[in-house]
Structures are given as C-alpha cells and as structure tokens.
Design a binder for this molecule. Structure first.
Ligand code: UDP
Length: 437
C-alpha cells in the first residue's frame, strides 16, 4: 500500500546524525590511518586550489548523494571545494532525461526545441556562475546536463578561461552503447574538456582527451550508512507495518524504468508462491527527473493492492529511513536493466546484505556472482535467487560479510578521494611522467 512517512518519525530515525568533528579521523577508524595519511599527502600540493563541482540537482539520485559527502571532506583536506547546481525548466529536464535515456541506449528523439532549451538554460546559468567558474582551478561537470558550460566559458572569455582551469567531465551513466544522434549532439560540448571520467572501461567513448576510470563510492559515516542501533531498525518495521516474522525484500531507487521496479514485483510474485514474502519498494523522484510520476503509477498498477507490497514515496532527505530499511531487509534487490554504478547496491553490501542485482553496468563491478551477491538477467532469475538465499540463511550471512569487505576495499569515499586527487595532480604534471609529492 502506498505510504508516506511522517515528519516526526523522520526526525526520530537518525536523519540528523551530526557529522563528526574530523571526518578524516573518523575514516581512519574504518579504513586505517595509512589510507588517510596518503590522502593528506596527495592533497598537500593541491592546498587552497578551488574545485567547483556542477550538477543539476541538489537532492535525489547518486550524484547529489556523493557530492553532499565529498565537498566537506575535500575542505578538510585543504582544498576549496564548492558545489553549484544549474537551475532548469521543464523543457530542459525533458531534454536531459532524453540524453540520459539516449546515452543508456534508448533510441530517443530529442526535438530541436528541447535541445535549444538545454543550451539556453546553460546560458542563463552560465551568466550566474561565470565568476565562480573563472576563478576555479578545476571544474568537474557531472553528467550531460551542464556539459555546455565549457563552450559558453570559452565563448565568453576566449581561450584564457579554459587554460586557467582544468575541466573534467564526469559521466555517471552507462554510456557503453549510446544512441548515436544523442552522443553526436553531446560530443560537440565534451570534446574540449581536458579529461573525462567513467565508472567502467566499457563506458568510455572516443574523445580527444585522456579518459579515467573512477568508480563512485559511499560514505560510511553519512546518515545513509552509519551504524544504527537495533531499535531504530525495529522502529522502521513498525512504522511501515512490516511483519518481523516474515522475510522482507527491498529495492531502493528512483522510480525510473531502467531500475525495473515492475520486474521486481514480478520476481516477488514468483518467489512468493513458495515463501511468505514482503516487498518494500522505496523511492522518490529527483528534481531533474520528469518521468518519476509515470513510473510510480505503473508500479501501483502492478502491485494491484497487494498488502504485502509496500510502496514508499520518501522525501529526498530520508537518509536515516533508507539506512534503517536497508538494515531491516533480508535481501536487497537492484534489478536494473542499465546502471551507471548503483550506489544502492554499495549501500546494501556495506550493511552486510546479500544483493541480487541486474547483470548490467556498474552493478557487475560490485557484485561478484556467487561471492558478493547474485547477478540476474530476468525476474525469473531474481525469483530463483531469492528462494536460493532465503532457504540458505548461513550462506546469505557469509555472502553479506564478503560484500561488506569488498566495499571496504573498493567503494568507500577514501578510495574515491584518492582517485580524484591523483587525477587532479596528474592533469597538472605537464610533461613529467610522474607526480612529485
Ligand atoms: N535514494 C534516496 N531516496 C530514494 C531513492 C534513492 O535517498 O527515494 C538514494 C539511494 O540511497 C542512493 C542514491 O539515491 O544513495 C541513488 O544512487 P544510485 O547510484 O543507486 O542511482 P541513481 O539514482 O543515481 O541512478
């Protein structure tokens, strides 16, 4: 049944976990002091450098999730990091949703009027951001929405602006087989960048500048991931009417076709023929995603009033609630058909949960089939793995423990920062073949 969480309850579920006084000292407890020492060493030559991140939404989705945590840590490392958000209108977000779908392989047609809106919105935002961008040492543009800012900068200031700052395009999307017309349109804006970053090798595209592979990460200390006392988890079950006696499976994601929430309902129904299951689909909509309402309606339709399917529309800052739901789940699903990375997979793995994920994109980087989770291609495959895990609780526990270690090793914010710092130093090293620290 559709549910929404009351404001009072949200406040009670650790939404406002205060950030520790020194995040770096706290990370050292999780990953070891030497990892943090290395970060400080890499950051020293970059002290005082201005890093400007630009994306198109302050809340909702993985990019906002990462920036929210990363900006203060960069600050603690002595960099002057800031985060700008470009403001769009309906036509702009229609266009950029088209880019998103097109980059992920859908044969979408984005009409010229919407392409013009995309450019015009960038132009308006450029007028507001020009000074900040001109003063930056590094500009990191996230995804296609703000991609034209560099062209606008060069247009406004000639070559000088570009040579002051290093401009990096950070692609969070599975761009392995983009729809060609969309790629051609975006490529004109991407070519002048100094570098681009992809999460997986096969997402990279022919571009006339160096390309780097940097997978995203989660912050173990954020309200989304911090350890929670058991009573918070019990509270969340009660709050949403989840029966503690029967297994609960969960998918957390924006209501987006690529996340395949309807496929999750199918998998649940197949597995439920054999096991007494409950399904929670927790999601919200990002402010830069105009398709959410349509997908949510399809999900309600597919759920067809089943009282064991809980469809939760959560506000974008319900981090503690999602944290508790992930901990309450017996198994987490992320049955995406395309996925740039899938922070929800990382979050669940960090909580020691076995994850059943779509065999696609960034999920394959995280789920090592049979070890840190299971990869599936169909609802039938997901149902089979649900039954497999729910009837083997010891194996599910072991898999969850392996998953948590895998995240500690590869997908925490400390590794992500190390990669960013190294990249920034690398772009500054000129002709030298090594980075001097
Ligand atoms: N998320 C959230 N509320 C929601 C849905 C998702 O806070 O209703 C968070 C989720 O926990 C994760 C991020 O948004 O941190 C989604 O990142 P992911 O890489 O999984 O997918 P994206 O939305 O970027 O495609």
């Amino acid at each position: 049944m559709p549910s929404s969480i009351s404001k009072a309850t949200q406040r009670n579920i650790a939404e406002n976990t205060p950030a520790p006084a020194s995040r770096l000292a706290a990370y050292a407890e999780v990953v070891g002091a030497e990892v943090v020492d290395q970060l400080r060493m890499l950051a020293r030559p970059l002290e005082g450098k201005k890093i400007v991140h630009v994306n198109s939404t302050r809340t909702g989705g993985g990019v906002a999730e990462i920036l929210e945590q990363m900006i203060p840590v960069m600050g603690e490392l002595g960099l002057e990091a800031s985060w700008e958000v470009i403001e769009g209108n309906d036509d702009f977000f229609q266009a950029t949703k088209g880019f998103h779908n097109g980059l992920q392989g859908n044969a979408v047609d984005v009409p010229k009027a919407l392409l013009d809106a995309h450019y015009q919105v960038n132009k308006t935002n450029f007028a507001r951001l020009a000074d900040t961008l001109a003063e930056a040492d590094y500009v990191i543009i996230h995804d296609p929405q703000p991609a034209p800012l560099l062209a606008l900068m060069s247009e406004a200031d000639g070559k000088s602006a570009k040579t002051n700052a290093k401009w990096i395009w950070r692609c969070h999307i599975d761009a392995s087989r983009p729809h060609r017309p969309i790629w051609r349109y975006l490529r004109q804006y991407l070519e002048p960048y100094d570098a681009s970053i992809f999460s997986l090798a096969n997402f990279a595209q022919p571009l006339p500048h160096p390309q780097y592979l940097i997978p995203p990460s989660i912050d173990p200390l954020s309200p989304k991931n911090i350890d929670l006392p058991d009573d918070e988890v019990t509270k969340i079950r009660m709050c949403f009417g989840i029966d503690p006696q029967r297994p609960m499976i969960l998918q957390v994601s924006r209501f987006d076709w690529f996340k395949d929430p309807v496929g999750v309902i199918e998998a649940y129904r197949l597995a439920k023929k054999h096991l007494p299951l409950q399904l929670v689909l927790a999601g919200g909509t990002a402010s830069d995603d105009p398709e959410g309402a349509e997908v949510l309606a399809a999900v309600h339709n597919a759920a067809d009033g089943d009282p064991d399917i809980h469809i939760l529309s959560l506000p974008p800052d319900a981090h503690g609630t999602i944290n508790a739901l992930q901990r309450a789940a017996d198994i987490v699903l992320q049955k995406s058909t395309k996925e740039g990375f899938g922070l929800t997979v990382t979050e669940a793995m960090w909580k020691g949960k076995p994850v059943i994920g779509g065999n696609t994109g960034g999920i394959t980087l995280q789920i090592v089939d049979y070890h840190t989770g299971f990869l599936v291609d169909t609802p039938e495959g997901a149902a089979f793995r649900l039954r497999y895990l729910l009837t083997r609780p010891k194996l599910a526990l072991e898999m969850g423990a392996t998953a948590r270690n895998f995240v500690r090793e590869h997908f925490l914010i400390t590794r992500h920062l190390r990669d960013y710092l190294t990249l920034m130093l690398g772009l500054r090293k000129g002709d030298s073949s090594r980075i001097e620290l």
